[in-house]
Design a binder for this molecule. Structure first.
Ligand SMILES: [Zn+2]
Ligand SMILES: [Zn+2]
Length: 344
């Protein structure tokens, strides 16, 4: 068995493990980056001081800032599909299919699949009295806290055919969930992003240019920081766990390699011992008084014992024959086979 097939299990584990490790490292560095940026991000009020504050930064851009205010649509708000007294600026409609599906292990488990999702948005500002900031590209927010306006589940009552079909296909329908979520008009939210002032003097907050996320959330800065810190800690634990798996798997590969080398060395030394033993036995069995013609052409000591094929020369003793691999020493023809020769 070659070495690779001996360590195929460890190789697969190492491959998958390094993919997960790579993902964790990337997520962790992203998480730390956001955490640092958020810790130093100033919390500003939407009032007359905002313009003075923004003047302190070059190009009138504050890279990352925390701002709280009331959501106010710039035009007509979106009216809820399910409750016409509710209006908002972002609406998300989701249809999810609930199924019981057979897993690869053979168990049945509840699963949900999103089969349809629509987002609508209308331009809006964060407002405080007569001051306001436009929120640009709100749908690109990494965290978008929406209120659930309606959440309905319609169960399906399966017939006999559905049961039979479900048994063979491995999927049984349970029902459809229709959900409507909205960022309501007038709700008080925290926006975290890049704040800038356009040439016309209007203020806007948008997803930052250097890859930091835009947040539109009901949470405060400190609770967001806590959330980020706990996901950072979780990623660290994952790193330790998967790092340990990598160390263990590499350790096993190294152990198997050393074990295999030791076994090879033992086998080789055993082979050498056997060969030496054979050589000695041959030496004892050989006739001592030989004429020159009967002696091996290489060592001139032992009798000629081997016939080389296809040339047919009998010119070597068994010991010398082991060292001559390619060509006959008499005629230089390629040696394809050899056999013991008995000269009586
Ligand atoms: Zn010889
Ligand atoms: Zn020959």
């Amino acid at each position: 068995m070659d070495f690779f097939s001996e360590i195929i299990g460890e190789t697969v584990v190492l491959g998958i493990d390094s993919l997960i490790l790579g993902f964790c490292v990337k997520q962790l560095s992203k998480c730390k980056h956001i955490l640092n940026a958020l810790q130093t991000a100033p919390i500003l009020d939407i009032d007359s001081t905002l313009n003075t504050e923004i003047n302190k930064y070059s190009d009138h851009v504050i890279p990352y800032v925390v701002i709280r205010g009331l959501v106010k649509p710039l035009g007509n708000p979106i009216v809820s599909n399910y409750n016409n007294t509710v209006t908002g600026v972002i609406q998300r409609l989701t249809i999810k299919e609930h199924v019981i599906a057979r897993t690869s292990a053979g168990f049945w488990s509840d699963q949900t699949r999103t089969i349809h999702e629509v987002c609508n948005a209308t331009p809006f500002v964060l407002n405080n009295g007569k001051y306001s900031i436009e929120v640009v590209d709100a749908l690109a927010a990494e965290l978008l806290d929406l209120d659930v306006i309606s959440d309905k589940f319609e169960p399906m009552s399966p017939g006999v055919i559905d049961h039979v079909w479900g048994f063979f296909s491995g999927v049984r329908q349970r029902g459809l969930q229709t959900m409507e979520e909205m960022l309501r008009d007038g709700s008080y939210i925290t926006a975290i992003g890049e704040l800038s002032r356009t040439n016309t003097g209007a203020l806007k907050i948008q997803p930052p240019r250097d890859g930091l996320p835009l947040y539109l959330t009901t949470a405060t800065k400190s609770s967001l920081l806590k959330r980020l810190a706990s996901s950072r800690d979780f990623l660290r634990i994952l790193l330790v766990v998967f790092g340990a798996v990598a160390v263990l798997a590499s350790g096993r590969v190294a152990y198997k390699y050393l074990k295999r080398r030791k076994r090879r060395q033992l086998e080789d030394s055993l082979k050498r011992q056997l060969a030496a033993g054979r050589k000695e036995r041959r030496a004892h069995a050989r006739e001592k008084n030989l004429t020159d013609v009967q002696l091996c052409v290489v060592c001139s000591e032992n009798p000629k014992e081997i016939i080389l094929l296809p040339c047919g020369h009998v010119c070597l003793c068994e010991d010398c024959s082991e060292n001559i691999k390619d060509n006959c020493p008499i005629c230089r023809e390629r040696i394809e086979a050899r056999a013991p020769a008995f000269i009586t």
